[in-house]
Design a protein around this ligand. Structure first.
Ligand SMILES: *Cc1c(COP(=O)(O)O)cnc(C)c1O
Length: 380
């Protein structure tokens, strides 16, 4: 059996007619940049996240970048983030002139550990940038408390976690969507994310009118093309009208797709729960509703298991093989091996298995059978 890590085509075929209709409508409209679909998607996603504003931009990376700029984080400022994430998270901190300061992660969730964050706050710290990794919200409440105490901004990297929900431990707390928890939340519509377009795209959600207005300026050269007057240094970072039209169709299905992902993840976890298997399945915390953008197990025999599964037709991926503090590009920051042992160990042990809403149960059984077979054999 051949099982891909991800299958985007099957999903497209399930909604092909609607997508083609939406695309055709845009093509016929003559309105291709910042038209009615971008505006409607911004409103729909703001409503979905129960925030006041959504601002569509060209990518998830730009959603993060423009958020930092809109929140006036720049030259010499320190921004605390996780070393266990995609490079974009840290790259944009450096590109606005700020300094990424890493803190180690929690072993169970792979998300920033608030206790570790506390220890790296300095007088130069201006913001915390937690990532909701793999589809599971970071433990935000303690981070928001730190932010309040030290007067810091909180920017959520929710690129992998569209639709994920968080609830703090206080008794009257309600479920809230990621993106709505900090000062700004960044989503990516890269095709492989839970809400993915057919190209690049992103969005920032925020409760602040001031931040939303600034983002709208920043994404279009810092001013107005009606009268060609510019108040600040901006970018060309707009969300395409075509992508917005496609994403509006997909938004209607996203909760259903998340539910299907959860089902698949739970089937994997049940089948892999035997204590004799040296495999750890993903933890789901009481404060979070995991959306399983990625399904990641860990095992000390990762590399050999990956190779075995590959031979048996199962594609897997390592998110992430190298923590950011040990990347060549960040050598200048002066971190060393051993600085963040939890993240470093995770990089040695994680393996992401195929997951998507359309993944079949019999495929999951096949993958788990192969994993069992690997560990029964003389794998070491
Ligand atoms: C995908 C991703 C991004 C960047 O999103 P793009 O739309 O690809 O620019 C940022 N952070 C994380 C954690 C991501 O997974």
């Amino acid at each position: 059996m051949k099982i891909p890590l991800l299958d985007l085509k099957t999903q497209y075929h399930s909604i092909e007619k609607e997508i083609k209709g939406a695309v055709e409508e845009v093509l016929q409209s003559g309105y291709y940049i910042l038209g009615p679909n971008v505006k409607a998607l911004e409103e729909e996603i703001a409503k979905y996240c129960r925030v006041k504003y959504g601002v569509g931009v060209a990518s998830g990376t730009d959603a993060l970048r423009l958020s930092l700029i809109a929140l006036e984080i720049g030259e010499g400022d320190e921004v605390i983030t996780t070393p266990f994430t995609f490079i974009a998270t840290a790259e944009i901190i450096s590109q606005v002139g700020a300094i990424p300061v890493f803190a180690d992660i929690d072993e169970k969730t792979f998300n920033l550990d608030p206790e570790k964050v506390k220890h790296v706050i300095t007088p130069k710290t201006r913001a915390i940038l937690p990532v909701h990794i793999f589809g599971q919200p970071a433990n935000i409440a303690p981070l928001l408390n730190l932010a309040k105490t030290y007067n810091l901004k909180v920017i959520e990297d929710a690129a992998q976690s569209f639709g994920a929900k968080y609830k703090d431990s206080s008794s009257n707390s309600v479920w809230r969507k990621v993106g709505s928890l900090g000062d700004a939340g960044a989503f990516s519509f890269f095709p492989t994310k839970n809400l993915g377009g057919f190209g690049d795209g992103g969005m920032v959600v925020t409760q602040s009118k001031q931040v939303a207005e600034k983002l709208k300026l920043l994404r279009a050269h810092g001013g107005s093309t009606n009268n060609y007057s510019y108040s600040l240094l901006g970018y060309n970072s707009r969300l395409d009208e075509l992508q917005a039209a496609i994403l509006r169709v997909k938004l209607k299905f996203v909760d259903q797709w998340i539910a299907q992902r959860k089902e698949k993840a739970h089937l994997y976890s049940n089948l892999l729960s035997s204590p004799s298997l040296p495999v750890e399945t993903p933890s789901e915390m009481s404060y979070s509703s995991h959306t399983f953008c990625v399904y990641t197990i860990r095992t000390p025999y990762r590399d050999k298991l990956k190779q075995y599964l590959e031979e048996e037709g199962v594609k897997t991926k390592i998110y992430y093989p190298i923590p950011l503090h040990l990347q060549e590009v960040y050598r200048k920051l002066g971190y060393h091996k051993g600085d963040f042992p939890v993240a470093e160990k995770a990089c040695q042990e994680v393996l992401s298995l195929p997951i998507y809403p359309e993944l079949k149960e019999k495929e999951i059984h096949y993958i788990v059978d192969k994993i069992n077979k690997f560990f029964c054999g003389s794998f070491k």
